[in-house]
Design a protein. Structure first.
Length: 214
């Protein structure tokens, strides 16, 4: 996927995987991604945590030098407990848990990028997840329906139409996230290897959901 300017998304992720196989936090991931975008194309304007329109918030907004092309990028860092070193730097990742809630947020990010692309001619976007929690890319072994099925992100899931919690969802789970998410596009999830570090849960993978525009 080509982002604003001459930035190739796959090239950015490949370079990040080599330089930054692990991040301290989601904010660290955002900063590293923005830095690599600017490294690959110094003419691109990069804005973090921006609000390009009333009621719209984006992790990153990339704009070509001439202002004719824009790309919305949402980033998620989905972690399990891991501690170790990379290139002499110490990392201690938290066990986030609440995978159903975090997955809802990923789908909400897709909807957010769709709305941006629909409102901004000459734009596209992507939602990018990096993490070391296999429960996101592996389907549940029990095979039973759950109230969070609409937000599953495991390999090969097709996300389309309105995604909503099941009828028995507890208020504690959905609090602040009650709204159904009406996706316009259709997206099949495909995870790729990102990096491999020593120890349990040292394998990191990435999910990229591309939202095409005009």
């Amino acid at each position: 996927m080509l982002l604003a300017g001459s930035v190739c998304l796959n090239a950015v992720l490949a370079r990040l995987a080599a330089l930054r196989p692990v991040f301290h936090s989601e904010a660290d991931f955002q900063q590293a991604f923005a830095w690599e975008v600017r490294t690959q194309d110094p003419t691109v304007h990069v804005r973090l945590e921006t609000r390009p329109a009333p009621g719209m918030r984006l992790d990153l907004l990339l704009t070509s030098e001439d202002g004719m092309r824009r790309s919305a990028v949402e980033l998620k860092y989905l972690t399990r407990l891991w501690a170790g070193e990379s290139a002499g730097e110490r990392f201690e990742l938290k066990d986030q848990g609440a995978q159903d809630v975090r997955a809802y947020d990923v789908v909400k990010d897709i909807l957010r990028v769709e709305k941006f692309v629909a409102a901004m001619p000459g734009s596209n976007g992507a939602v990018i997840c990096v993490g070391n929690d296999p429960s996101y890319w592996n389907a549940p072994l029990h095979g039973r329906p759950t109230n969070a099925d609409a937000f599953r992100l495991h390999e090969g899931v097709v996300l389309h139409g309105t995604r909503a919690w099941g009828p028995l969802t507890g208020s504690g789970t959905s609090r602040g996230r009650e709204e159904p998410l009406p996706l316009v596009g259709t997206y099949r999830t495909a995870w790729s290897d990102y990096s491999a570090l020593p120890g349990p849960r040292g394998v990191f993978r990435t999910l990229v959901v591309e939202v095409a525009g005009g």
